[in-house]
Design a protein around this ligand. Structure first.
Ligand code: HEC
Ligand code: HEC
Ligand code: HEC
Ligand code: HEC
Ligand code: HEC
Length: 468
């Protein structure tokens, strides 16, 4: 035992290794025990316990033999002892020592296995993705928490099942850790994600493209900038469609496995140069943007097969416009509609530039108070509370979408569903993408995608029919 201890400590490098390994192991066991006892320290403790400590542990293990080797070399130079020890298992002392080394190694390997397993769990958790590198992912995390997928883990869409993508993501993750620590990452994080896993391996774990959705009624409430803050309704019957029987129609026709739509676009996928459509019969039909059939633009961009994400590019972390945020809070009642011009002022204040979320909070409150104090002094006194609540609601909409530290502001991340704030569907459906002979275009006919039952009407007929 004494000899074994000496071997671990004889050379300074071995000694350092032993100290590192032992302290990492003790710390790890302590943190693990704390967690078993029900104490959860959050993502940072997870990173230390399951990523950093195991790293130190392995480093220590590597240093021990390195030190032993250096020690041997040192002795070999002095030539007082032979360079390699003679391992004689006939001697009880040597035998015990070898058994001890094996036993300790086994314990070490077990510890490492548990640590790695827990490490994977930590790395797969939403907290790790969304908060550990908080300022980097805060725009996505803030938006994610308000969306339909708030209880779907980041990794379900970003990695999906299977070992291949797991390894791939860990390799790119290793680079991300480096780039975050050295502050090399771009702000904002660029979109689209070019190496995102195909949707059929991720979205289709939970959603079936074969499912027929049919027509979907959508009522959109918005408000005018006038003094009365007039309420308006837009009513759409969206032809979401899908596969029904043997054929598919409507919007989800694009993802019928019988059809393949490929498109050639620039890096941002906002400018589509060419579309190739292949149906059940295998015949390809090609549509070109004006001037993209020949010359320089004929070779521009890269090809991609269309999937869910080309329309639903913001299924989670959806960013909205300032108008939509204010309208939403007017509808919910947090912004009182009897405050004159509150929609116009709310949008103006939400869209202004602020250096930080904190600064925005104060400025929005001061701005709204100031407006009423000047224009409607009586209201400013009697409705002070409603004004403060409205300012808080406007600020909530602001900070869910604008992240000064990441250079993310209104409109940084376009949403391709629809065509309101960004081209969206109209990237292809613009009546301009045409076959080479000009005989057929990708249609912009409003009725292709929806029936517009009412557009920004105060009291649409159709809603009276639906809600007698
Ligand atoms: C329902 C699926 C889904 C979930 C859940 C999800 N994402 Fe995403 N995410 C996407 C898609 C799709 C894109 C790619 C958009 C594109 O390429 O146009 C994306 C893009 C991103 C980007 C690149 C920048 C951007 O906004 O386009 C980041 C960063 C990101 N996600 C982080 C996260 C984090 C962190 C979580 C968990 C808190 C998360 N995502 C959860 C689907 C998802
Ligand atoms: C782990 C399961 C899971 C995965 C993976 C997943 N979803 Fe969902 N998705 C859900 C659930 C559950 C809902 C229903 C939420 C609700 O009804 O509020 C939903 C709702 C939706 C909706 C309708 C909600 C809305 O915003 O109106 C869309 C669109 C959608 N998902 C698209 C996608 C896309 C695109 C992907 C892949 C990038 C994806 N989903 C990946 C589980 C998942
Ligand atoms: C061509 C564009 C497009 C593609 C491609 C597309 N979707 Fe959609 N999807 C839409 C639109 C538009 C809606 C209706 C949106 C709304 O209600 O605001 C919709 C609605 C949905 C909904 C909600 C349906 C409901 O019951 O309300 C889900 C879930 C969904 N899509 C999942 C998917 C999945 C999964 C894929 C890939 C297999 C996909 N979509 C591909 C455009 C598309
Ligand atoms: C990458 C290009 C592209 C984008 C983006 C795109 N489409 Fe299409 N879409 C096509 C092509 C090509 C056709 C087939 C045109 C034809 O048959 O002449 C089509 C056809 C359709 C059809 C008719 C399907 C049928 O029943 O035959 C609908 C509905 C439709 N698209 C809706 C949408 C909606 C909604 C969006 C946005 C959410 C969208 N598309 C985005 C390329 C695109
Ligand atoms: C290629 C498909 C497509 C075509 C063509 C199309 N739309 Fe749309 N439109 C959509 C989709 C999808 C949405 C729903 C977006 C959403 O879910 O929020 C939408 C939403 C709208 C809205 C509501 C916007 C809002 O959020 O207030 C209006 C208004 C509208 N469309 C008008 C038109 C008119 C007018 C035309 C004809 C010039 C037209 N659209 C052509 C797909 C289309």
């Amino acid at each position: 035992m004494k000899g074994f201890f000496a071997a671990l400590t004889r050379h300074p490098v071995s000694l350092a290794g032993t100290v590192l390994t032992t302290s990492a192991a003790v710390l790890f066991i302590a943190l693990f025990a704390l967690e078993l006892a029900g104490m959860h320290g959050g993502p940072y403790v997870g990173i230390i316990a399951y990523l950093i400590l195991p790293g130190i542990f392995v480093l220590g293990l590597l240093l021990i033999p390195l030190g032993a080797r250096l020690e041997r070399r040192r002795r070999a130079a002095g030539a007082t002892e032979s360079a390699f020890p003679v391992v004689d298992l006939n001697r009880a002392e040597t035998r015990n020592r070898v058994i001890l080394v094996f036993a300790l190694s086994l314990v070490n390997v077990l510890l490492l296995a548990v640590a790695m397993y827990k490490g994977m769990e930590v790395m797969d958790s939403t907290a790790f993705c969304g908060q550990a590198c908080h300022s980097v992912m805060s725009p996505e995390f803030a938006a994610y928490q308000r969306g339909a997928h708030a209880s779907v883990a980041c990794v379900d869409c970003h990695i999906g099942p299977g070992a291949g993508w797991f390894v791939k993501s860990k390799l790119s993750g290793a680079w991300q850790v480096v780039s975050v620590n050295l502050d090399l990452y771009p702000r904002p994080i660029p979109t689209p994600v070019h190496n995102l896993r195909p949707a059929r391996d991720t979205c289709e774990q939970c959603h079936w493209p074969q499912k027929f959705v049919g027509d979907r009624l959508k009522v959109i409430t918005s408000y005018a900038d006038d003094e009365e803050v007039s309420e308006m309704k837009t009513v759409l019957l969206l032809r979401v469609g899908g596969i029904q029987g043997r054929t598919s129609h409507g919007i989800h026709w694009h993802v019928d496995p019988e059809n393949e739509i490929r498109f050639r676009a620039d890096e941002s996928r906002e400018t589509v140069y060419e579309i190739e459509m292949r149906g059940e019969d295998g015949e390809a039909v090609r549509f070109f943007a004006p001037g993209a059939a020949e010359g320089e633009l004929a070779a521009a961009g890269t090809w991609r097969t269309m999937d869910c994400v080309d329309c639903h590019n913001r299924p989670s972390h959806t960013f909205h416009s300032a108008e939509d945020e204010v309208d939403r809070e007017l509808l919910s009642g947090r912004i009182a509609r009897d405050l004159p011009f509150v929609r116009r002022e709310g949008v103006r204040l939400a869209r202004a530039d602020y250096p930080s979320h904190e600064a925005a909070r104060e400025a929005i409150l001061a701005g709204l108070r100031g407006f009423y104090a000047e224009q409607f002094p009586e209201l400013a006194a009697t409705r002070a509370e409603a004004i403060a609540e409205a300012a808080a609601a406007i600020w909530d909409g602001y900070r869910a979408n604008v992240h000064p530290t990441m250079n993310v502001t209104w409109g940084t991340y376009p949403n391709h569903i629809g065509h309101e704030d960004t081209p969206g569907c109209f990237r292809c459906h613009d009546d301009l993408h045409a076959t080479a002979d000009g005989g057929r275009v990708v249609s912009q006919d409003c009725e292709t995608c929806h029936s517009l039952l009412a557009m920004e009407e105060e009291d649409p007929e159709i809603l009276r029919v639906l809600k007698p």
